[in-house]
Each structure stands twice: as structure tokens, then as C-alpha cells.
Design a protein around this ligand. Structure first.
Ligand code: FES
Ligand code: FES
Length: 167
């Protein structure tokens, strides 16, 4: 199959790869960029395990061709940990036992990252609605809901503790 040049920015880093027009963004991230934190489950847009952030929006990367993301900014789960420090979402998932096998976890983290970092005031119904797009076969969801709530609160506390001049 013929490969074509493709330029992506993933987690702030430029990637120049060669890949087929038919290849999904999920497979390109894993196979051409070596970023295997993005998981592939159903491969047809149902489970959400492959969720990444493209240009600020949560996207199912199994439903997008890699070439559709030419020149775009992509964030994967690998972007969350910075200099050995876990993102508040990762800490909250660990603390609230929001994962068991962990297969679904990268997708959930990238699905809710935007809401957490914007400090969104989500009602229970809104949070459940947001999370309902992704599947978890292990946890029963309650601890994921608790973890996301805790992460939103912690992120807001941390943001309000940063002095005005440093923002
Ligand atoms: S692998 Fe993409 S939605 Fe399931
Ligand atoms: S932790 Fe196993 S599928 Fe969610």
C-alpha cells in the first residue's frame, strides 16, 4: 500500500511520518509515532478507548483518518504526565480506584481533560452524560464519576492557588 508524507504535532512535538491514506489516526499514533498509550478497542466508534484531543476537542481516533489530521495539534494520554508529575486526573483515578484493567482509562482521561482543565461546573446528569460516550467493562463507573469530580475540584484549587502574576 502506498504511503504518503504526513505532518502532525503530537503532545507539542512535530512528527513527520509516511502513512497510507486509509490508515486511522489511532493506528498512526500507535504504529508510526510509537505512542501506544492510545488504546484501540472496538475500532468502530463505540467504546471510546481510542479518544484523543484534536485541536482542543475529544475525538475518537479510530474514526478519523490520520491524513485528516494533517498539520493539526493532537494530545494523547502521554501528554498528561509532566516531568514525572502526574496530572490531577491521573492522581484522582488512582486515588478513587477508577480503573481496574486500565484498558479504557486513556480514553476516559482524554475525554474529560478539557472539562477538568476548564473547571466546568457539571451537574451529576451532565457528568454522567459526558462519561456515557465511553465504555468500561470493569469499574461500574461510580469510581470514575468520583475521580472526575475530585479532579475538577483539585484543578480549580490548584489554579486559584497560583498567584495572579504567574498565570
Ligand atoms: S476503538 Fe475507537 S471508539 Fe472503540
Ligand atoms: S478498567 Fe477495565 S475496561 Fe475500564
Amino acid at each position: 500500500m502506498e504511503r504518503h508524507p504526513l505532518n502532525l504535532t503530537v503532545n507539542g512535538k512535530p512528527y513527520a511520518v509516511e502513512t497510507e491514506f486509509r490508515k486511522t489516526l489511532a493506528d498512526t499514533l500507535r504504529e508510526d509515532c510509537g505512542l501506544t498509550g492510545t488504546h484501540v478497542g472496538c475500532e468502530h466508534g463505540v467504546c471510546g478507548a481510542c479518544t484523543v484531543v484534536v485541536e482542543g476537542k475529544a475525538v475518537r481516533s479510530c474514526l478519523m483518518f490520520a491524513h485528516q489530521a494533517e498539520g493539526m495539534e493532537i494530545e494523547t494520554v502521554e501528554s498528561l504526565e509532566k516531568e514525572g508529575e502526574l496530572h490531577v486526573l491521573q492522581e484522582a483515578f488512582a486515588e478513587h480506584h477508577a480503573l481496574q484493567c486500565g484498558f479504557c482509562t486513556p480514553g476516559f482521561l482524554m475525554l474529560v481533560k478539557g472539562a477538568v482543565e476548564r473547571g466546568e461546573e457539571l451537574s451529576d446528569a451532565e457528568l454522567r452524560h459526558l462519561l456515557s460516550s465511553n465504555l468500561c467493562r470493569c469499574t461500574g463507573y461510580q469510581n470514575i464519576i468520583r475521580a472526575v469530580r475530585a479532579a475538577i475540584d483539585t484543578f480549580k484549587e490548584k489554579a486559584s492557588a497560583v498567584p495572579e502574576a504567574a498565570r
